[in-house]
Design a protein around this ligand. Structure first.
Ligand code: ZN
Ligand code: ZN
Length: 403
């Protein structure tokens, strides 16, 4: 790690290349750890590269970006040679007028993953398309059913039976304001290795799921892999007396090592993970014996899904564009009845397991991932995903603060 007197993304001069490629290659080789070179520009801009052994030589592979996960904001430094800033387009004129060129350049170049393409995820996908994001990964194993049509944006009767990711991919393709949008649609669970690796290749993840296992995997991504996760949940309570609406509230969570994890903020618990894995979470006999408060709930309506999706997309935008003096917001909750939106800033419990997993990278992974992806019928998609996974070596993140 060293600094340069110039601003912006920094290249390597001969002395740098010799030092990193020859002098540092030996200790890196002895520890069998990857070697990452970092340069700091005079304006605080980070640039980075990986060094990989090819035969007897060390080869330099430039990272396409450096990401710094902070408490208040996400700092993104792009290698313009590999990830050029998009040209100004008239279709995004009003958006750029609103948040400026710098924010647009960052947002366009994010690789955005959406896990769960139901009532929340389908709206998030629409927002991601409209704000000009160029790379999107969609993960959901579900297919469209008739009873989804009251709350699944862009789905019609003709889509019944199709994978939800395909419906979202088609909509993004049609509605994107980016010059070119690259969509990876994975009709599988995030428990499948291919989907898990594709998620780890993202710069941010939207968690639009309510099952315990996917929520825990998102918790790993946020803590072990430092990928900011924006997750939301809607809870509707019906009145048993008249079967009418009793109350509704929705929450948006920003999850990074500086924010409360999804387990500590009670989006799931470890016993529910075990029950989902052994199948009892879907066992009707088991469910009917649960107290009413613990039964899985599916009540939701389109406007509530729309609100929670907007809340989580705005949490993401806030995290990307916020200057350091904006206050920290970990969670937000809106109550339909009182009309109040409040900020909740709780932190992880002191004995939270995910504190130990921070920045552990591949050393920590959920034990229940499926290694055999079910994508035999879709070789083109699998091929592009593997290419994407390989490309992961080109991106790199940096963490600020102590462990
Ligand atoms: Zn240098
Ligand atoms: Zn926690």
């Amino acid at each position: 790690m060293h600094s340069h007197p110039g601003p912006g993304w920094q290249g390597l001069n001969t002395i740098d290349a010799d030092t990193e490629g020859e002098v540092l290659a030996y200790p890196a080789g002895a520890t069998a750890l990857p070697l990452v070179g970092l340069t700091l520009g005079s304006d605080g801009y980070w640039s980075a590269r990986f060094w990989e052994r090819e035969g007897k030589r060390m080869c330099c592979r430039w990272c396409d970006k450096v990401r710094i996960v902070g408490p208040q904001s996400y700092r993104l430094y792009f290698n313009d040679n590999l990830r050029p800033a998009p040209k100004r387009r008239n279709v995004l004129k009003r958006t750029i007028d609103a948040w400026g060129r710098k924010a647009q350049n960052d947002i366009s170049r994010l690789n955005v993953g959406i896990v769960g393409l139901g009532s929340g995820g389908s709206v998030v996908a629409e927002a991601v398309a409209r704000i000009g994001v160029e790379q999107v990964v969609l993960i959901d194993h579900d297919r469209v059913e008739e009873h989804n049509l009251d709350r699944l944006l862009n789905a019609t009767v003709k889509d019944i039976g199709k994978p939800k990711v395909d419906v979202a991919a088609k909509a993004i393709q049609c509605h994107s304001t980016a010059k070119r949008v690259q969509i990876t649609a994975l009709p599988m669970s995030i428990r499948d290795e291919v989907a898990y690796l594709a998620a780890l290749d993202c710069d941010i993840l939207f968690g639009c799921v309510d099952r315990p296992v996917p929520l825990e995997i998102l918790n790993y991504a946020a803590h072990s892999h430092l990928i900011p996760v924006f997750s939301g949940a809607v809870e509707v309570q019906t009145n048993p007396q008249n079967n009418g609406l009793f109350s509704a509230h929705w929450r948006a969570h920003t999850v990074t090592p500086y924010h409360q994890c999804l387990r500590c903020n009670e989006q799931y618990n470890s016993s529910a993970v075990v029950k989902e894995l052994d199948g009892s979470l879907d066992d009707l006999g088991y469910i009917s014996n649960l107290p009413a408060s613990e039964r899985p709930r599916n009540e939701n309506v389109f406007p509530f899904g729309l609100s929670v999706a907007a809340m989580i997309v705005n949490s993401m935008i806030r995290y990307v564009v916020a200057p350091d003096w904006w206050s920290l917001v970990r969670q937000q909750e809106h109550q339909l009845m009182t009309g109040k939106t409040q900020v909740i800033n709780r932190e992880c419990r002191t004995n939270c397991e995910f504190r130990q997993r921070r920045a552990a990278g591949d050393a920590e992974r959920p034990y229940y991932l499926n290694n055999t992806p079910k994508v035999a019928s879709r070789p083109n998609r699998l091929g592009s995903t593997l290419a994407l996974v390989k490309k992961r070596l080109r991106s790199c993140f940096l963490r600020l603060g102590g462990r």
